[in-house]
Design a protein around this ligand. Structure first.
Ligand code: SF4
Ligand code: SF4
Length: 123
């Protein structure tokens, strides 16, 4: 949940993690909606709350595995980085969850003959 936008665990790792996240975004690809706590949602600008509510009203149960609606696939970045949830801020590039998701995505891509990391703007 970084989308080149993730937090880092330390100042020394900023350069390294920026490289890691470049053209990745794997952690934003299966969350559907920004994973906001209720109090985080309440702090959002009204336009963003309306966007989220509209999305939640439109999805069906089976539509549960889509990229986060705030993830911009053309840039590989979070569209509302300054409003991203705490869980996204705390997701550590190069950490256990990151490495697991990247490994799983790589295996899945290989199984489908895809290139990974996906090029920007890719489907
Ligand atoms: S999966 Fe890891 S490297 Fe990829 S965008 Fe998320 S935090 Fe960055
Ligand atoms: S809110 Fe932003 S950082 Fe969090 S999952 Fe969505 S696109 Fe990624």
């Amino acid at each position: 949940m970084s989308a080149n936008a993730g937090g880092t665990s330390g100042q020394e790792s900023i350069e390294q993690t920026a490289d890691l996240c470049e053209d990745c975004g794997i952690c934003c690809l299966h969350v559907n909606c920004p994973p906001l706590l209720p109090e985080e949602r309440e702090r959002l600008p009204k336009s963003l709350r309306v966007e989220i509510d509209g999305y939640l009203d439109s999805i069906r149960y089976e539509d549960k595995d889509w990229p986060c609606i705030w993830f911009d696939r053309s840039t590989g970045k979070c569209r509302h980085y300054e409003h991203r949830p705490e869980v996204c801020r705390e997701f550590e590039p190069g950490g256990e969850g990151c490495n697991r998701m990247r490994a799983e995505a790589s295996v899945a891509a290989l199984a489908h003959g895809e290139v990974w990391p996906k090029p920007k703007g890719g489907a």
